[in-house]
Design a protein around this ligand. Sequence first.
Ligand code: NAD
Ligand code: 6OD
Length: 489
Amino acid sequence: MSRTERDKFPNFINGKWVESDRYFENRNPANNALIGTISEAGQAEVDAAVQAARDALNGPWGKMSTAKRSEMMHAVADGIMARFDEFVAAEIADTGKPYSLASHLDIPRGAANFKIFADVVKNVPTESFDMVTPDGGQALNYGVRGPKGVIAVICPWNLPLLLMTWKVGPALACGNTVVVKPSEETPATATLLAEVMNEVGVPPGVYNVVHGFGKDSAGEFLTRNQHVNAITFTGETGTGEAIMAAAAKGVRPVSMELGGKNPGVVFADADFDKAVAGIARAAFDNSGQVCLGTERVYVQRSIFDNFVAALKAKAESFKLGDPLADGTNFGPLVSQEHRRKVLSYYQKAVEEGASVVTGGGIPVLDDALKDGAWVQPTIWTGLPESAAVVREEIFGPCCHIAPFDTEDEVIALANDTPYGLAATVWTSDVGTAHRMGRALNVGICWINSWFLRDLRTAFGGSKHSGIGREGGVHSLEFYTELKNVCVKL
Ligand code: NAD
Ligand code: 6OD
């Protein structure tokens, strides 16, 4: 079964394409060209998707062995790689990100997310305890993991396939069924993945996609549906709060991967060039639209001026342009709406007294790209820690750089935020590295690296950055129900 009109993004329910009577536009943020129309799921379509997911739990999927399911997940990964170019093109059209990024990060990780959890579910044992019973006999306890049921997967737009499969991979590997609500900005790869699911024989109803917005739309209809057994969400902290409120009815578990205002810390003893390159990635990759990105950089005073100058040179060396052109390594923001938000922070920085080291506005580009959602990579210095651009998540290609003197001082500065997602620290002193790793209140602390991912490790945020951990066996904690069987011998 295939989707013949490539400019249509229908819902995918019970293995079939389903259109509703409401549509909205999908536009390419690099040039604002119309990509196609997205079918907005209403209450009826969302309820049908959840019902299909429920029914599928009682069909062949529910009876399938872990080994067979794992094989099928490998086939999904292979199916993505077999259609690599289509996935890359779809992700680029939806986001405007450069080819180099989509082809090296987004799509390979989309496939890897199925493989890793296919292997994890086969290899993780459960616990077992012998006990002496009060009558002097014996009993054996052992753990059994089963799927939670229907999982709602609600996704953002910044790394659409990567972040969606990061949740769909483990959810399906554990035997659940899913209803995915991709971001309204980026419907394409979730829709393409539905074709792969059908191609490799994933039973109807196991993977469903409903398109639409959040409030009063598909997102809210999905999270309020009482037949959804658990909700896994990636997105803004405020949206996470609304989803948690919906999940409270029916006491449904949530996994929350939320916003951040992540510190980058550069000690004077760091390898200077590597630190500059690493912070440049953390601040500007994907045009700053990475939850793990660094918008607050603290640099030890003795190297501060040189570091600012070197990061400025890096920022000014990016090649903005057609995402498909050779050498392009910097794309637009995801939408005009997001550009308005980012530009409002660019303005606020100036109003609050920042020195603009570079950028601060809209770049001049070829006529073909003039209607795109472009902003300049931007660096500020000179602001107090209370400034809005130092405290609030902007989610754009920008950072504020401040000097520090001592380790204790920078730990206090880095931790002074309601968020707690990630940090990147640069030092050549192994003692400093380990002390910083322990002292920073974040879910993941990179030392001399950034966004270096081993998918077996725990991933998630503390404070306003989230609830729970996913990755490796940690994903099993969320996507399975652990039962204890106690057998009196
Ligand atoms: P968002 O919260 O605006 O939207 C995310 C998804 O939630 C979208 O699909 C949206 O339609 C849906 N949604 C919105 N309101 C809803 C509601 N009331 N009920 C149900 N669904 C609703 O986030 P975004 O703008 O798409 O993404 C950017 C944000 O995501 C940033 O804050 C970023 O830090 C965060 N993020 C976090 C991580 C992480 O791993 N911690 C990863 C990526 C992005
Ligand atoms: O690498 C991952 O697994 C992950 N969840 C990355 C999140 C990136 C945020 O934009």
